[in-house]
Write a protein that binds this ligand. Sequence first.
Ligand code: UGY
Ligand code: MN
Length: 261
Amino acid sequence: MGYFTNQIGYPADILSSRSIIKRDNYALIPPEGLVRNIIPGFDNCDITILSTPKLGASFVDYLVTLHHDGGNKQGFGGDEVETFVYVIEGGVTASADTTAHELTQGGYLYCPAGVMLRLANNNAGKSSKVFLYKRRYQRIDGYQAHVVCDNINNLEKIHYEGMDDVILQDLLPKDIGFDMNMHILSFKPGASHGYIETHVQEHGAYILSGAGVYNLDNTWVPVKQGDYIFMAAYVPQAGYAVGKEEFSYIYSKDCNRDVEI
Ligand code: UGY
Ligand code: MN
């Protein structure tokens, strides 16, 4: 175990943290507090586990730094578990079973349940960083999901809910076979949501750029690039972009299924 940010030794000031953990409600996890986790199958990787069922999520998110020759050859997911990988930095070879795809920054691969995701760093000897997700797939009769591989540079930029300066990108198809989607929301400086959302779907969000002030259960929290936010079902949520850069995050959202009782 070690520090994900490679910070070791005594701090220059008193110990403090921006982390907020409200189980079954919301969490803000900044990079400074993250530790390395060992997960069998991941070699030459620094991997840290973010949302899990222990926090109140139905899914698991990870941040993985793949070093030289790093990756996962044995496979991740399979059986009833769907997986998704997004390249934050660098380049990786991501395989859906035996079909290999070269992904560069902004590239992603979704593997449906039953298909193994394999990863290998491919960044000219330098490290690569990915956002990784898994979830137990909710099957319904007559429909199925399929492998999706693309790059966000190829995706339509949708003006989000009537606002010119908020852009939505849907990474997976709007197809009933899929029980979740990944999206990127990007806010120009000063832009915001149009209202404070309250909905049954959960999110795990990794902030790709910029900074914002985010409402989580009616508490306004400053957030910035590199932070991770978990939003449980029903947590009130919305944000303003602050500063000079575009504020954008990638996030998961469950969809296309009725609620089981
Ligand atoms: O799709 C969403 O629910 C999204 N607008 N939520 C969010 O940004 N917190
Ligand atoms: Mn939402």
